[in-house]
Design a protein around this ligand. Structure first.
Ligand SMILES: [Zn+2]
Length: 365
């Protein structure tokens, strides 16, 4: 068995690993590097058959989880190359296509499921569900020719599924080679644990209680753990959570009844300008009709600002400000701090400063 790391060993994300056994090959993840801006074209790694298709030795691409730095180059792969991914992960990515260029419609050849082994030529793959900020994320045990490779994908032990991480530690699969995510690996003794989702919930709750106006939480619609955290904090503070149409659509796409979505108590949906235009242009009015009983408009948001937590992308701040919804408001940056250096992050900081809205950082990565 031969393993070739094409990318991801000297940087965070952008992972791509090629595994070969008995003359047949498979690829683990096909990520877009985090460090390149949106418009840069990143060439596919040098894996035979990936771009051109028609190579019977290339059995497929297995995507560990729906984060761009793990699937982001899939769009450049020949459609004949089979793709394997979690069912909910594929649904989330498919649902995102309407709203974001980061989404992708996949016709997966097979779906990953927790501890359900499957065969791919000479390879036997066993997915292990992970605690991670992406929904439906897996580690993968790859067995071939009597050898075992364990690829962790991205994982953590401080999210809302920490139990599943503990389970993996208690009974780890036997492996000859471990390929491990290591963004926050520290030497023993140097480790100061960062905040976990429970800490973020407590911080948000305190912010809700101390804020006279709206609490605007700026996060990613794809971070389902964070949606749960914000909803819990809002309810504990006696506030109603407002999500945008994108967030509501992604929550629905997870297919999990426990994930907060339209129809849950104290949960409203706001359709920002940009998303309203998308619906109008596409003619997909069922998207707004479906959430009509739970929809909230700017005038109500302004009136009830002090009772609301708005969870949305930072692009929404401009229209909330123009509508006068931000009197006494606090904004919470619930993403990686580095994104604030992007043009959109700088624009956000300017907008908040112009309206005297303080920005807090409450995040667990
Ligand atoms: Zn990830």
């Amino acid at each position: 068995v031969r393993v070739r790391i094409h990318r991801g060993a000297h940087e965070i994300g952008g992972n791509c690993i090629e595994v070969e056994a008995e003359g047949q090959r498979m690829v683990l993840d096909l990520g877009r590097p985090l460090g390149v801006d949106r418009d840069t074209i990143v060439p596919l790694p040098d894996v035979a058959g990936l771009a051109a298709g028609g190579d019977p030795a290339l059995l497929g691409v297995v995507i560990s989880h729906p984060h761009q730095d793990h699937y982001g180059l899939l769009g450049q792969v020949h459609p004949g190359v089979p793709v394997y991914i979690g069912k909910a992960a594929a649904a989330v990515l498919g649902a995102a296509t309407f709203f974001s260029s980061a989404g992708i419609s996949l016709h997966a050849a097979g779906h990953l499921a927790h501890r359900q082994a499957f065969k791919l030529g000479p390879f036997q793959l066993t997915p292990f569900l992970n605690d991670h900020s992406a929904f439906d994320a897996y580690s993968l045990l790859v067995e071939a020719a009597g050898r075992r490779l364990f690829y962790t994908g991205d994982l953590r032990g401080h999210g809302r599924k920490s139990g599943i991480f503990e389970q993996l530690l208690r009974k780890p699969p036997p492996a000859d080679v471990l390929l491990m995510e290591g963004t926050h690996v520290r030497a023993t003794g140097e480790h100061t644990p960062g905040p976990d989702e429970g800490d973020v919930e407590a911080e948000l709750l305190a912010t809700c209680k101390a804020t006279r106006g709206m609490v605007a939480v700026l996060s990613s619609a794809q971070n389902i753990d964070r949606l749960v955290t914000v909803y819990r904090a809002a309810r504990r503070a006696g506030r109603t959570l407002v999500v945008d149409l994108y967030g509501a659509t992604i929550a629905e796409a997870t297919g999990h009844d426990t994930i907060p979505r339209p129809g849950f108590p104290d949960l409203k949906v706001y359709v920002p300008n940009r998303q309203r235009v998308l619906v109008k242009k596409s003619g997909e009015f069922n998207r707004v009709n479906a959430i009509r009983p739970h929809r909230i408009f700017l005038d109500e948001i302004k009136q009830r600002a002090q009772e609301l937590v708005v969870l949305a992308p930072s692009s929404v701040i401009g229209e909330l400000a123009r509508a006068g919804c931000l009197d006494g408001a606090v904004a919470v940056w619930s993403l990686w701090r580095g994104y604030l250096k992007d043009p959109s992050g700088k624009r956000l900081l300017d907008q908040l400063a112009a309206h005297g809205v303080p920005l807090l950082h409450q995040h667990s990565s």
